[in-house]
Structure formats: structure tokens, C-alpha cells
Design a protein around this ligand. Sequence first.
Ligand SMILES: Cc1ncc(COP(=O)(O)O)c(C=O)c1O
Length: 377
Amino acid sequence: MIPLSVPNLSGKEWEYIKECLDTNWVSSVGSFVDRFESEFAEHVGSKHAISVVNGTSALHISLQLSGVQQHDYVIVPNITFIASLNSIKYCGAKPILVDIDPNTWQMDLVLLRKFLEEKTHQKSGNCYLKSDNKKVTAVMPVHVLGNLCNMNKLMQIAKEFSLKVIEDSTESLGSYFENQHSGTFGGFGCFSFNGNKIMTTGGGGMIVTNDADLAQKAKHITTQAKSDKFEYIHDEIGYNYRLVNVLAAMGVAQLEQVPDFIKAKQKIAKKYKAGLQNIDGISFQTVESGVIANNWLFTISSSKQKELIEHLLNSDIQVRPLWKPMNQLEMFVNDLYVTEKDISNKIYANCISLPCSTNLGGQEQDFVIKKIKEFYS
Ligand SMILES: Cc1ncc(COP(=O)(O)O)c(C=O)c1O
């Protein structure tokens, strides 16, 4: 089986993890935690970074520290992984689902603006939904598949309508808009290091922010909100969301290889595009001008999705469809879905992600391309 996307552990992972084991610094504090946080912040160009157990907890904490409360609304694209929506629900808030752009597959910013203009009003510097007068506190752009929307436009909308911005950058390490790294536009950016991401710590995540006070609060509540160095005194409800030293050690080793991983992903994407571009019925995600996408998970849109998936799986090629649109999941069918043409469903019904591990062999990729061509011919 040619796998979809597997970790590449060819750096100093063993060396750094061994150092943790040899020195007995395996748990919740240690020099690798500090090092991972400062090197990650530097890598993405953010002032602060706080490591956490996974991307979902990064989103949860970032929403909470952005002031999202029970019964508030958070705007989010209808095509995303369930974790974006779960983190909103953990805060007791409700999602407002916005349909996606048919070309970039990111949140449709024209629809977003129209919705905010028509359906919300401003009161004392906050945004409220006209229909029930509940607060619309934040917008969460999700940089789906490592691509980005026009972040200048999104930030302008957020400013005009008094919305906090929490970027779900879990898939977009190494992606930029106008030379600024994803995750550094909003109040918070959230990254994931699970097994299939650009880099992995097995499981892990990172919160980035430029706000020193919020960074300190994020560290505090992700470490059980312990307010005294010696005594067990806690000043609020906290979480045990910290990343342990062993995994941070893996993170440091992986981060060193990120530039090479991105180069590999870009090479793979280029080859797929060249190999598949003339096939009638296959198209690709558009990358807007100003965006550098990391090509995290190379995904095509195919007019014969189901049959092509079957054909590739039967050829021992691991592929997968995109997530089912959030408005079609049982938990969210009654939530607000802002759409005109339900592009989400169309993209869902067409997309297929292809093998793109950073160590994918040239012959393996040729085989995938050959099998797709064979199917279409
Ligand atoms: C869009 C999106 N949001 C959130 C997450 C959650 O990250 P994690 O699995 O590290 O909790 C992921 C990845 O799994 C994701 O792809």
C-alpha cells in the first residue's frame, strides 16, 4: 500500500528523545519544552508560543482567551475537520457555518461580509446576531489543506465587525500570505503536530500569539492554573493541556526539518499537477495571489470521485475523501449555515486526497499518476 501521508523521522528525533530518557526529564517540564516554544515562535515570526497536547486544545484555549462564552457565536467555514467545531462547543458557544469558495476551498469572504452586513448589528463595540441578539464574538478561518484565503480581506472584515480572529492553522505550517506566516494574523494561531501533519510529535499542538499577557494566561490555564510556585494554590479552572518534554524533544528535531519537508511537499504537488493537468474531469485547489501554500495534503477534485477512490484503493494506493460538510453532521444540522449554492457539498462530493508523504518515492508517485490516467482513459 502506498500510504497517504506518514511521518518522516529522519532527523535528530532519537538523539533528543534519548537525552530526555538519559536525564530523566520526560514529563511536563524540561529544557526541550522551552526550546520548542521559542524555536517555533521564531520559525513562524510570532512573539510567543505555548506548546499543548494537541491542536484541538490549542483551539479551545484560544477561543476561551478570546472571550468566547456560553451562547456566543463563532463563525467558521463549513468545510473543516470536526475539531474546529468541537473546540467551539467546548466553550458552550455555537458555530455559524459559512460556505466555501469554489476555487480556493477556504471560507467564502464575499458571503461572510454579506451575512455580517445583513444579519448582524453593532452595539457598544460588539457584534450581535439580529435574530436573537446573541453575541458573535469571533471568526475562525481554517487554512484548509494548507491553503489560505486573502488574509488582508479577512482581517479587514473582522475589524469592521468587531470580531476576534482565531486561526485554525493546524494544517498550514509553512504557508504564508504576503510573506507573513499563517497563524500570526489573528489574536491567536493554532497548530497541530499529529501524525499526518507537516511535522509531528505523535500528538501535540502549539498556540502562537503576539500578546504577552494572553501568552502568559495561555501557559497558566494549560498548566492547571497553579498560581504559587511551591504550594498547590490554583486561581481558576485550568486544564492539563501541556506537552511533555519527550514530545517537545521530538518537536525540536522535526522543526529542524520543516524547510525540507515543505520543499518535498511542493515538489510532489508540482509533479502531480504536471502529470494530471490535461485530464478532463480533474481540477485542483486554486492558490490566490500572495499565498504560498505548503501543499500539506495534495487533493484533487474529480468528477468521478467514488469510482476513482475505489480504483485507487484496489491498486493499493491509500486515498481519502474530504471531511463531510459540518452542516450535514447530526450535531450541527440545526445551526446557521450561510450559503447560496452549497459549494461545500459539491467539493465534498468531488475531492480526493492523494499520497504525499515527504518521503514518497518518485516511482511510487509515477504509479499513482499512471493509475489515475488509466482510470480516465
Ligand atoms: C482543520 C483541523 N483542525 C483541528 C485539528 C485538530 O488537531 P489535533 O488532531 O492535533 O487535535 C486538525 C487535525 O487533526 C485539523 O485538520
